[in-house]
Write a protein that binds this ligand. Structure first.
Ligand code: PRX
Length: 669
């Protein structure tokens, strides 16, 4: 089954549910025009930019000219749907654009990253220093036999060596595949195997909520069986003496300090084709197998640089920028590494959690570095709301100018709280809609132009064409439907690694000629877009995508489980929470301890992000007469809603039992 086929009944029902939510959103009628002071100094402060973008190709060519190209392109776009090539024939190097040109133009002493470790260690890294370190790492990779086009897996905490490793790959033309440090050994192994990575770059570990996270141990477990393509493992030292010595496999494992730090920094940058692969990033779809999303060089860098500059109204001489995501997700790739560095930004890079050692850690960081732009996710904002406004009040946050949101729909209440308590009612909140697949921001306000409506991502950016369509694919100018992208864009995914058929089926088959994002959206009387969440079997937990099927596979992988169905239920903090309905094999007792063990089993198979909030044991699952599990009904049960039509159920008694079980379970929590 592909992402979007088959389950259209449930998609329709999702839209119904989403409409109820949107009515709540629309009850919020306050409008926020750009503040005068910000508009006056903004890089863009007039609608004219939308008109300029009417000629899309020439508009994107102008944006691409902001980069340094070794050789010019011969054609802006070659579009053979659904395959696009941007800036055809152009040659550039992404790392050169992120580093060398700033240094060559005399900005080598500018800070690229203010790194702050969770234990409190601080380090400012200039562009010149970053360039040197990237050169050394590039030379180290070359010395290990990594060549253009080879894949390098990266599994690291949020330390400077992570962007260094990515940029080193970009410099020598290798393709990186960063695996989020919170993923399990098994998830790492799957990704290494799919990409056939030659080298793994990791660290002994990192700090999280005051505790060491032993990444090298996980990496060792990943490499114990399979993952045989890995020839070498480079290990950065982060925990050092704080933990017991990590085991190093002779001949395979090398310390960063031995193999990178000893190399010379001069490392010529490869002239890459605009369409050469820059990276793979795996994301969950509707099957158990994650998709290796392919991003290339010229178009990707063009759009991440353009969006970072205009969406955040970023000026390198003025701003200190902080995207508080993890580099292991696309937000970090595009808006901690490539976009900001291409624009010569000074960024904050923070290793740890927001509540260590106190719940005001973020606000102390904003104050310490004078952060002017903060980009985070609604789930974090809702957590801060719970912790209380007194925490940000204890810090001077007056440096902030622009606030950003990403990853899930932001509810108006959280938007207003963010605006008032973090932004002092003076900073526009840019709600940015995009995906791993889009590579860069697609729908977002421009802070000096757009009148904001809390809860709406507003309009497609200049150069982007997003449309809402109905079930039959007809364009809607009002009301709810499916969000599609009707024209190619420079940072678009170029495919799913080694699986062009899945690429076509997943994104381009539901509405021919259109990219279907998998999201529902509503368009209001002013043409503003309101994102309604996923309409497929993908959950959004704390702004991260988790596939229901992947969690189900992890559950049925356990010998005690006969059958499992997983749904995402609304959660006040994380957006959605994972609820698993599980039927056990005969003879296994459905105890609370067993539920706990299964939650841990899923976390072990995939990563903590996929740990179900609740496991509900049931003797049977609600199925249609043709045997299809009725997820919509399970979602209703999980959210305690009045149940919809149950007449198609094979055995209606199942639902009553489930409801009782789910309620009992909720009481126990
Ligand atoms: O459902 C949308 C939601 O996140 C999905 C993409 O997830 P991922 O590829 O992990 O990338 C997250 C960060 C870019 C989308 O299909 N989403 C993302 N941003 C928003 C959003 N939903 C509503 N509003 C947003 N601003």
């Amino acid at each position: 089954m592909t992402a979007n086929d088959g389950d259209s009944a449930s998609s329709g029902a999702m839209l119904d549910g989403a409409r109820a939510t949107i009515e709540d959103y629309l009850a919020e009628e306050r409008l926020f025009p750009p503040p005068d002071a910000l508009r006056a100094s903004a890089l863009v402060n007039s609608e004219a930019i939308y008109d300029q973008a009417a000629d899309r190709e020439s508009f994107w060519a102008t944006q691409a000219h902001a980069l340094t190209w070794f050789e010019p392109w011969s054609k802006v776009l070659d579009w053979t749907p659904p395959f696009a090539r941007w800036f055809v024939g152009g040659k550039l190097n992404v790392a050169y654009n992120c580093l060398d040109r700033h240094v060559e133009e005399g900005r080598g002493d500018k800070v690229a990253y203010f790194f702050e470790g969770e234990p409190g260690d601080q380090r400012a890294i200039t562009y010149a220093e970053l360039l040197d370190e990237v050169g050394r790492c590039g030379n180290a990779l070359r010395s290990l036999g990594v060549e253009r086009g080879d894949r390098v897996a990266i599994y690291m905490p949020m330390i400077p060596e992570l962007p260094v490793a990515m940029l080193a790959c970009a410099r020598i033309g290798a393709v990186h595949s960063v695996v989020f440090g919170g993923f399990s050994a098994e998830a790492l192994r799957d990704r290494i195997e799919d990409a056939e990575a030659k080298v793994l770059i990791t660290a002994d570990g990192g700090w999280r909520r005051g505790q060491p996270v032993r990444l090298k141990a996980s990496a060792d477990a990943a490499l114990e069986v399979g993952a045989s393509s890995i020839e070498h493992v480079i290990v950065a030292r982060r925990l050092g003496e704080a933990v017991e010595a990590v085991s190093m496999s002779a001949g395979r494992d090398l310390w960063w300090d031995d193999v990178v730090a000893t190399k010379e920094s001069h490392c010529p940058a490869e002239a890459m084709d605009s369409e050469d692969l820059l990276y793979l990033l795996y994301t969950s779809g509707t099957t158990a197998k994650p998709k290796g999303i392919m991003h290339t060089s010229g178009g990707y860098l063009t759009q991440v640089a353009y969006t970072h500059k205009y969406v955040f109204d970023h000026l390198p001489e003025r701003d200190v920028y902080w995207c508080a995501a993890d580099i292991g997700w696309v937000t970090g790739h595009s808006y901690i590494v490539y976009g900001p560095l291409a624009n010569g930004a000074t960024s904050v890079l923070y290793e740890g959690t927001p509540d260590h050692p106190g719940r005001d850690r973020w606000w102390s960081i904003v104050e310490r570095y004078g952060v002017t732009i903060l980009y985070t996710a609604p789930t974090a904002i809702r957590t801060f709301m719970k912790w209380g406004a007194q925490l940000p009040k204890g810090h001077d946050l007056t440096s902030l100018r622009v606030l950003g949101s990403v990853g899930e729909p932001i509810n108006p209440e959280a938007w207003i709280w963010y605006h008032e308590n973090i932004g002092g009612s003076r900073c526009p909140v840019v709600d940015t809609w995009w995906q791993t697949e889009t590579g860069a921001i697609m729908i977002s306000p421009l802070p000096g132009v757009t009148t904001l409506k809390p809860g709406s991502a507003t309009r497609p950016l200049p150069g982007i064409s997003a449309e809402v369509v109905d079930e039959a694919g007809a364009r809607l100018t009002r009301g709810g439907g499916y969000l599609t992208l009707s024209e190619p864009w420079p940072a678009m995914l170029r495919g799913i690694y080694k699986d062009p058929d899945r690429y076509e089926a997943t994104y381009w088959s539901r509405f021919p000629g259109r990219y279907f994002a998998g999201d529902g959206a509503k368009i209001d009387a002013d043409g503003y877009l309101w994102l309604l969440g996923r309409v497929d079997d993908v959950m959004n937990v704390s702004g991260h995508r988790v596939s229901t099927t992947e969690v189900e596979s992890a559950l049925v992988d356990h010998p005690s489980v006969a059958e499992a169905a997983v749904v995402g239920a609304k959660d006040d903090t994380t957006g959605q929470a994972i609820i698993a309905f599980v039927t056990l094999r005969a003879g296994v007792e459905a105890t609370a301890e067993h539920g706990e063990m299964l939650r841990g089993h899923v976390a072990g198979k995939i990563g903590a992000i996929a740990r179900p909030r609740t496991v509900v044991f049931t003797d049977d699952l609600p199925k249609t007469r043709s045997g299809k599990i009725m997820r919509r009904l399970l979602r209703d049960v999980a959210e305690g809603r009045v149940l919809g039509d149950t007449t198609t159920l094979a055995d209606p008694a199942v639902v009553e039992e489930l409801r009782t079980r789910a309620t009992e379970q909720a009481n126990e929590e």
